[in-house]
Design a protein around this ligand. Structure first.
Ligand code: FMN
Length: 135
């Protein structure tokens, strides 16, 4: 497990989309955008599974995930790699359902909350540090 650096937590708290990459066990990759992505704690991030098809199918067979987050205004981007757990109950699930009801009442309740245990964090900002490990 890795700790999210403070500057990465600040980026994640900026409301940017999570670009979530998953893969099936036979290696077919998939990308989905998740607007519900956020920080759970210093070692976990999450998103709400509202409409996932291939993302959910992939995570049910292969929990390894990569997430890209880009702040277009500040020209900063990071990649988080980790392992996902799908939950349809529990305190994080209840918190996310309650928050989404207020923030986006037109959306259905999420089927799952996908919590990702952070294993590494990588710099994706263009420049000399691109590709370097941050955590
Ligand atoms: C701006 C934007 C935000 C989105 N946010 C979410 C989200 O928070 N949760 C979700 O399940 N799908 C969300 N989607 C839909 C996914 O990107 C995607 O279409 C869905 O997971 C189905 O694709 P898949 O079969 O590759 O999983 C969003 C799409 C857009 C364009």
């Amino acid at each position: 497990m890795a700790q999210l650096p403070d500057k990465v937590v600040s980026l994640l708290e900026g409301g940017h989309m999570f670009w979530v990459a998953t893969a099936s066990t036979d290696g077919v990759p998939n990308i989905a955008i998740k607007g519900s992505g956020a920080v759970a704690d210093s070692e976990h991030v999450y998103f709400a599974d509202l409409f996932s098809k291939k993302t959910r199918a992939n995570l049910e067979q292969n929990p390894i995930v990569a997430i890209g987050i880009h702040d277009a205004e500040k020209h900063v981007a990071v990649q988080i790699k980790g392992r996902a757990t799908l939950s349809d109950s529990g305190s994080l699930y209840d918190t996310v359902v309650a928050a989404l009801k207020i923030r986006a009442p037109h959306l259905p309740a999420p089927k799952y909350v996908v919590e990702i245990a952070v294993e590494s964090v990588w710099d994706m900002t263009a420049g000399p540090n691109a590709g370097n490990q941050l955590a």
